[in-house]
Ligand binder design. Structure first.
Ligand SMILES: Nc1ncnc2c1ncn2[C@@H]1O[C@H](COP(=O)(O)OP(=O)(O)O)[C@@H](O)[C@H]1O
Ligand SMILES: [Mg+2]
Length: 328
């Protein structure tokens, strides 16, 4: 943890209760820091534990029957693992804004945009109507929604997917949090709209110095926007690298994600996809969990008891036993 860290996550473990006696490990070693004012990309295939990590930062794991089973989770000096419900009321929304992974569902369908913004602005405070209206219009302007007076009276079904996502972001920044957790905010949107949302997040960061955790399964999409990239695979952080150095990644999984970039594919070329499937939760193999899909695998990758996340350069950590063979 550095003095500039806003969030510090170390060896975090998240389990889910399946039955009274059965527990499933969903995340078993998430390790990374988020610096103040940085955009950090959290990337990995579906099922790698990204949404569970996001939920741990807003204290909503319990709604999925999940809980923190070990490790450290600190936000701005506050231990989030021991935070009480009354502490969460001052953290969730106020200090950590959340754009949940529901791009397609979007905002609450039965509430007007104005009502939803009012709820996000008010939380536990008591503001008068004039203030709420003024702040709602201001928020819609920040997220670049045209004709905000009209939009306040509309319902989500009146809006396009991109506009809905802008509203979700407006709600997340309503209380000027120092961290926004945006879980796949552009999944399901078309490419132009995705780029606009990325620009918006960048602008929010530079205007308000907000730290942003930007979750995605699309490395090429977020690489340009993020300062650092954290790669999750089967419940574990397997690499943390600056976006400038992603092309020099020292983990075969990150390299595979990177080389499946659509924008690097020749017009008539085949899109490169990663062979095989990630291991299923509850059935993680021992040793390296990427071994079955890895071109660099040797016997010791499978027989290792653990594959530690080690520092390989300044601001670069990787969890590969053969990192010194990669990129040669
Ligand atoms: N309540 C639950 N019970 C059992 N498994 C769950 C539950 N919630 C999530 N999971 C499993 O945990 C894994 C990680 O989920 P999630 O954090 O949503 O992954 P991601 O966001 O990276 O796609 C997935 O395999 C998912 O099926
Ligand atoms: Mg998810």
């Amino acid at each position: 943890m550095t003095s500039n860290s806003l969030v510090s996550i170390n060896e975090l473990k998240i389990d889910v209760r399946i039955t009274k006696s059965l527990r499933l490990k969903i995340v078993d070693s998430a390790t990374f820091d988020v610096e103040r004012g940085q955009i950090l990309g959290l990337i990995g295939e579906s099922g790698s534990g990204k949404t569970m990590l996001c939920r741990s930062l807003v204290g909503t794991l319990g709604r999925r029957g999940a809980y923190i089973a070990g490790g450290d989770l600190v936000f701005d000096g506050i231990d989030l693992i021991t935070a009480k419900p009354s502490d969460w009321r001052d953290i969730r929304g106020k200090r950590i804004g959340y754009v949940p992974q529901s791009a397609l569902a979007g905002p609450n369908p039965v509430m007007t945009i104005g009502a939803q913004l009012a709820e996000a602005i008010e939380q536990s405070e008591n503001h008068d109507k004039d203030y709420i209206r003024k702040r709602s219009l201001e928020l819609l302007e920040i997220v670049q929604i045209r004709r905000p007076e009209i939009v306040l009276k509309q319902y989500p079904y009146d809006l396009s997917g991109g506009m809905k996502q802008r509203v979700m972001i407006a709600c997340a920044i309503a209380q000027q949090p120092s961290l926004i957790v945006a879980d796949e905010p552009t999944t399901g949107l078309d490419v132009t709209v995705q780029a606009e949302i990325m620009d918006l997040l960048k602008r929010i960061r530079s205007e308000f110095s907000t730290s942003i955790i930007l979750v995605s399964h699309d490395l090429p999409l977020i690489n340009d926007v993020c300062d650092d990239i954290v790669v999750m695979h089967a419940g574990a952080t397997v690499e943390k690298v600056s976006s400038a150095q992603v092309s020099h990644s020292l983990h075969p999984y990150t390299r595979a994600l990177y080389s499946s970039r659509i924008d690097l594919v020749e017009p008539k070329g085949q899109l490169v996809t990663i062979k095989g499937q990630p291991p299923t939760v509850g059935q993680w193999p021992s040793g390296c969990r990427f071994a079955d899909r890895c071109d660099f695998v040797v016997d010791s990758c499978r027989s290792a008891s653990t594959v530690p996340l080690v520092s390989v350069a300044q601001d670069h950590m990787t969890a590969c036993l053969r990192f010194d063979q990669i990129g040669k």
